[in-house]
Design a protein around this ligand. Sequence first.
Ligand SMILES: [Zn+2]
Ligand SMILES: [Zn+2]
Length: 340
Amino acid sequence: MFGCPCCGELKFSPFRCHSRFCPSCGNKYAMARTHAMASKLISVPHRHCVFTIDDNLRHFFLKDRDLLNCLFHSVSSVFSRLFYKMNMSKNFTPGYIMVLHTFGRDLKWNPHIHCLISEGGYSDDGFWRNIKHFNYTFLRNAFRTALLNEMEHHLDSSFKKIKSSCYKDHPHGFYVYAKPRKCNSRSAINYIGRYLGRPVIATSRIDNYDGESVTFHYNRHEDEQYVEETIPAIEFIQRLIRHIPEKNFKMIRYGGLYARHRDIDKHLNRAISREKAAFYKNFTRWRNAILSSFGYDPLKCPKCGTIMVFLELKYNHKRVSLEELYEKVMSRSRKKRVPG
Ligand SMILES: [Zn+2]
Ligand SMILES: [Zn+2]
């Protein structure tokens, strides 16, 4: 509850629902994760690679979502081997961000990894080496092998058959492709927002709901053909909720330079300077996010324009004492600080 110190007007602002499919909470969540990723980037060109898998493997990940970790492990091992092969006297380490998408444009189950990797690596003694050429033949083959081995390790012996058919069907490895556009430091936020921080479905792609069926559209990945689909609402919801990750599952993971905190890494320039990052972060906070998305200040008194002040917090229609709230937050952070 907020109140106007000038005219006494009261205003209630509801809690967020925290749903990823909520047009406002989901959007806020996407803004925050885009910001977190962009502020990690160092100021060099990055390449956007997408690691896909064989269609026949998809259902394994739906049945046992723990397997999704194998996708991250495989991409990481492929990159470290790629750089290991190129490294001569020095150990050059790239920085990369991996984001798991479990959805295709048609909303169907299609786990794949988007990755943004620096075009070059940083040596342990502080030298940067540019790398313009990425060996995609190697990436494809190595990713297929790494993933199939990881999966075999987690599944029973019946997987052997599928494994060998994957080798037969994909003699050149699983499809790994690079987006034609490179991500430079200036466009980092926009780029990440568009490709990596993307929600399962943007509200703009939902065209109609008549009480029974939902109509949505997408451009088919294979040929960029415009496709419109109308499906029963229940099926639409079913397709959506599959993509809700398990609790505490990390959809975004950092690798190489972006996963470590060494003093020497502080010499690297960030694509977005610290000051700017703080400025952008400001936009993800409630008041500024409302202002930038909807064009009004939620704390401005609708009657007289004075900035309203915070009065009271209510939960389940009961007043929550601020002291109690403070204790709750503090005990949570204390728990976090205790190791184990
Ligand atoms: Zn919401
Ligand atoms: Zn007022």
